[in-house]
Design a protein around this ligand. Structure first.
Ligand code: ADP
Ligand code: ZN
Ligand code: MG
Length: 485
């Protein structure tokens, strides 16, 4: 009997990130880092590459690089060297970019990335600092070089601090690649070194991808350049893996190339290979001394590092008794986490988690508001939770109140009073229950006879009569008491 040999198609992915640092000034001069200003308003002879100027390292950028490296569990080098990466392009006035080559500031880290219910450990090969190139603006209808009538250069971006982070080829799927990019963003934001907003170009990602050979060794890789959304990282990689697999199934060989993923057509295109066949002729930057990163300084930076996302999550579970799921929802957005802690300090932490991760987050999503820009203060949320727990309003009325506070910024009690949403309780609720019993004698008899299934129907009638403004549990107690059931 012949056994058909089936080969498996195991994906191997490594990512390269470029992260804009959140410094006030550029990497090697004092020009301010500002996005969206008039072109060429933040420039000087240094970042314009005038002859005879000298670069001076931005200490804050080094600090942020070290902090990012430690957050990614990297070793910080005692000595790091800047190097010139030579190439000619209009966005690079010096004819070289100051970057780091064989002595980067950080190496050998890892990241434990949550992917679904699992954790994937992704090795971090290196992290280095460099200056960004300027921005080419192509004039014409297409906005691209092809078909444009001319090109202009905006040097505001030229020389701004950029951090490159390279992962090991450890990522097993497009989904895990997306999760890695997402997690990296979360960490960069948490430690405050970058806003890392992909849509704003503050986080860019190149993805290297191959299919493992049948003997387990690495296959030939291709590189998807410059993806600017997490969704496209995942979709582009899935599409490219499909393409590679098809080639291999047809007995072909993968060519090592650089590709562009077009989300509109869901296709990958080869970039002209010459465009990326650079020989950068790296050599040490003679205008800058090697960096000496003392252990004491690195410790000092570590000491100032804010809580990382996984530490924050663990603390929320421990301190507030939340489920890991609730903790991760509340900590996914650092400002929401801060908001939560302000509420949980004054109200029941679990109730606070329910309201914030549920109703409030829906309101934020629907209206496209960040918590920092929302009208509803932590004090409002504390008051709302108190009103529900004290029985002053029902849970469903509270939803309504929350929506109105969210819109108006008025206090919950003011809204309750204005809208007449106070809970029906005490004697009044007793009276309503009696009315419901006399209006539904058959159902009441069945409850008396021990049929608990019909209780819900009667409670429903009570809720209807009070327009939802009754505590269902309390109504049930009163009903069962009156029916001796
Ligand atoms: P290159 O010399 O082409 O720049 P590197 O070895 O520097 O390649 O790696 C660049 C990126 O490609 C890294 O993120 C690395 O993890 C990834 N990578 C390397 N080999 C493979 C492979 N066979 N399949 C997928 N990714 C890979
Ligand atoms: Zn400058
Ligand atoms: Mg490389």
């Amino acid at each position: 009997m012949e056994v058909e040999e089936r080969r498996t198609y195991q994906a191997v992915i490594g990512l390269e990130f470029h992260v804009h640092l959140a410094t006030e000034t550029k990497m090697f001069c004092g020009c301010r880092v500002v996005y969206g200003d008039e072109p060429n308003t933040h420039t000087c002879p240094v970042c314009l590459g005038h002859p005879g100027t000298l670069p001076v390292v931005n200490e804050k950028a080094i600090e942020q690089g070290v902090m990012a490296g430690r957050a990614l569990n990297c070793d910080v080098a005692e000595r790091a060297v800047f190097a010139r990466k030579n190439y000619f392009y209009p966005d690079l006035p010096k004819g070289y970019q100051i970057s780091q080559f064989d002595e980067p500031i950080c190496t050998g880290g890892y990241l434990d990335v949550p992917v679904g219910d699992e954790t994937v450990r992704v090795g971090i090969t290196r992290l280095h600092l460099e200056e960004d190139a300027a921005k080419n603006v192509h004039v014409g209808e297409s906005g691209r070089m092809h078909g444009s009538v001319g090109s202009l250069v905006d040097f505001n971006r030229g020389g701004t601090p950029l951090m490159e982070i390279v992962t090991e080829p450890d990522i097993p799927s497009p989904e895990a690649a997306r999760a890695t990019a997402n997690y990296l963003k979360e960490i960069m934001r948490a430690i405050g070194v970058s806003e890392a907003d992909m849509e704003k170009g503050q986080l860019r990602c190149d993805a290297n991808v191959s299919i493992r050979n049948p003997d387990g060794s690495f296959g030939v890789k291709t590189e998807l350049k410059n993806m600017n959304s997490f969704r496209f990282v995942e979709r582009g990689l899935a599409r490219e893996l499909e393409r590679q697999r098809e080639i291999l199934e047809n007995g072909g060989k993968i060519q090592q190339t650089t590709l562009h993923y077009d989300p509109e057509t869901d296709e990958v295109h080869e970039l002209r290979s010459k465009e990326f066949a650079h020989d950068y002729r790296y050599f040490p930057e003679p205008d800058l001394l090697p960096l000496e990163l003392s252990e004491a300084w690195v410790r000092d930076i570590e000491g100032r590092m804010p809580e990382l996302p996984d530490e924050l999550r663990a603390r929320f579970v421990e301190q507030y008794g939340l489920s890991p799921y609730d903790a991760s929802v509340l900590t996914a957005d650092r400002e929401l986490a801060v908001y939560y802690e302000a509420v949980a300090a004054e109200a029941d932490p679990k109730q606070a988690a329910n309201w914030i991760s549920g109703d409030l987050r829906s309101l934020l999503n629907e209206s496209g508001t960040e918590i920092s820009g929302a009208e509803i203060s932590p004090e409002h949320m504390v008051e709302l939770i108190g009103l529900v727990q004290g029985g002053a309003i029902s849970r469903s009325a509270a939803r309504d109140v929350l929506g109105r506070v969210f819109e108006s910024g008025d206090s919950p009690s003011a809204v309750v009073e204005r809208e007449g949403l106070a809970s029906v309780g005490g004697d009044e609720l007793s009276g309503v229950v009696e009315e419901v019993i006399s209006a539904n004698p058959d159902e009441a008899e069945r409850v008396k006879a021990g049929d608990k299934k019909i209780v819900g129907f009667l409670i429903g009638q009570v809720m209807k009569a009070t327009r939802g403004n009754a505590d269902g549990g309390r109504a049930r107690e009163i009903l069962l008491q009156k029916l001796d059931a």
